[in-house]
Every structure is written in C-alpha cells, then in structure tokens.
Design a protein around this ligand. Sequence first.
Ligand SMILES: Nc1nc2c(ncn2[C@@H]2O[C@H](COP(=O)(O)OP(=O)(O)O)[C@@H](O)[C@H]2O)c(=O)[nH]1
Ligand SMILES: [Mg+2]
Length: 309
Amino acid sequence: MFPYFGTPTSSTQNSTESLVGKSPRIIAVMGPTGAGKSTFINTVSGVDVQVGNGLESCTQVLQAVSCNDPFQNRDFVFVDTPGFDDTHRSDVEILEEIAYWLEKTYEGGVKLSGVLYLHRITDNRMTNTLMRNLNMFEKLCGKDALSNVIFVTTMWGELEEGDDSGNKHEEELRNNYLKFFLSKGSQMLRFEQTISSAWGIINALPMTQKALKIQKEMVDKNIPLAETSAGRSLFSWLRRATRSLRGLISRLDSLIRGTRSSQNPESIENQAAEGLEAARAKADAGLKDIENQKSRLSRRKQKQARRTK
Ligand SMILES: Nc1nc2c(ncn2[C@@H]2O[C@H](COP(=O)(O)OP(=O)(O)O)[C@@H](O)[C@H]2O)c(=O)[nH]1
Ligand SMILES: [Mg+2]
C-alpha cells in the first residue's frame, strides 16, 4: 500500500494501493479553515471530500486524495490539511499532526512536489487568525521551499459584479502580506472554481521535489517539534495569548469588584456583575486551554529528547 496516509483517503479513480512504484506527485493543500481547501481538492480530483459550511472545520485528520491528471496522465496525491483555527482541535494538535506526517513521509524518502496555500479573496481584513495561519505556514515551509508554493485566492465568485475589493485585496497581498513569499519565488493565482482553473494552477507548479523546513529540522537535524521554527512560533503565539487573557481577566476582576452592590441581588449592578463573571469564566477557560496546549508541546519536547538520547 502507498504508505504514510494513516486514514486512507476517500479516493476514487486510483486507490492509493495502485500507486505503488509509480511515485505520484504529492501536493499539500494548506490554509485557514473555510478557505476552500476541500472544495479545491474536490474540483481537481472529482473525489468527494467533505466540505465545510463556513468556518466550522471538518478536515479532522490529514486526508490524501489520489487522482490522475486528466490532461497529461500523471498521478497525483493531494493532501488536505486542517487550518490552525480548527473548531475541534487545538493549534498544537494540528501542528503535531501536520509535522509528524511530514516527518514520516520525508523519512520514507518522499518529498512534496508542491504546496498550495489557499486564501479567501473576500477576507479583506487580515485578522489575527489569518495572520497566525500565514505565519505558521511560513515557519513550516521555510524560504528554500517557497518556489514550490502557490498562493491560491478563492471565492472570487462571491464578489458582486463591479465590486473592486477583490482586486484591491489581491494588490495588498502582493505588496504587503505575501511580498516576502513572492520575492522568494512563490506565485499567486486565482481559483475560478472550474476543473481547468484548478489544473491550470497545478500545472504552474515547477514540480521540483523539495523538503520543507520542518522536515529538514526534524529529520536531518533531529530537532524536537517544540524547538522547530514552527514549534517556537506557536509557543510565542500562545505566550502572547496568555498575556492578553491575563490582562483581560484582571480588568474584568476590577470591573466586577466595582460593579457588584451588596444590597439588592436583583439590582442592575448585580445583574451586570453576573454578565461580567460569565465573561471572566470564559476567559479563564481559554487561559486553561492555552496552558494545556503549552504543556502538551513541552511534554512532547521532553519525550522526544529522551527518545533521541
Ligand atoms: N463561492 C465559493 N465558495 C467556495 C469556494 N471554495 C469553497 N467554497 C465554499 O466555502 C465553504 C468552505 O469550503 P471548504 O472547501 O470546506 O473549506 P476548507 O475548510 O478550507 O476545506 C463551503 O461552503 C464551500 O462550498 C469558492 O471558490 N467559491
Ligand atoms: Mg476542509
């Protein structure tokens, strides 16, 4: 069986078994939840990958879909990855899953022939989540592999006729957020939601096989995940999130103290204090979750450090 796909795909035309010895080109499809990764893979392969509705994620595990290029009779495997904003799993779990898959494949001598990073053109504000996804992507990939990357903008059909915001956002991506990537050889192309547009994008890949930075770090240099560029970057996001949640909790505490009045439990002040306490409980839960993520990543670090002794 073609190795490295823990959860075999819902692939159709060619099963993964039939790919033995054929060395298919492997293309990873990355980007935030809801960017259209599964839809792109559906379009390109004709395989029914589960598509989400909006921002609820549904790529629970890495999914590999094998198919044949209808125009040039070449075998491909597309790997659908979850974004770093999954509704069901923490960013640390996502990083582990992507990193260990990349590690295993590279150890087995398999390199990616290309990476697509999808971005909704309708997201004309780069939110914290979008920036975190892009930053994690940069750290996973490293600059040497950027010539193998295409940034694919999606959802063009969502823009009203005459709406120029897509063009403006594309320019902003080109001149700002993606400037570094494009200067290192990445491309940016539009996905028009058709098979020929999808294959046009795939054919624009140079198809040279390149290792990603995290593969070189974990396999060639034997660096534990937590100490890779991606691991360290995730750690600093988590530290920043801890700081801002702690600040929020202390502001809420002082608001609660100043609002609560002891006389009448039904008073407006006491009702407002209850609302603030509910917000505090949420912030507290968020903080605990982040602490758990940080200790999970550190635990991994120790385990792996022991293993390599
Ligand atoms: N209009 C439009 N909708 C899209 C496009 N790509 C995805 N969608 C819709 O966006 C939602 C999320 O897509 P999905 O492929 O699950 O995103 P993923 O989380 O990145 O895998 C689904 O409702 C899709 O039907 C696109 O290019 N254009
Ligand atoms: Mg998906």
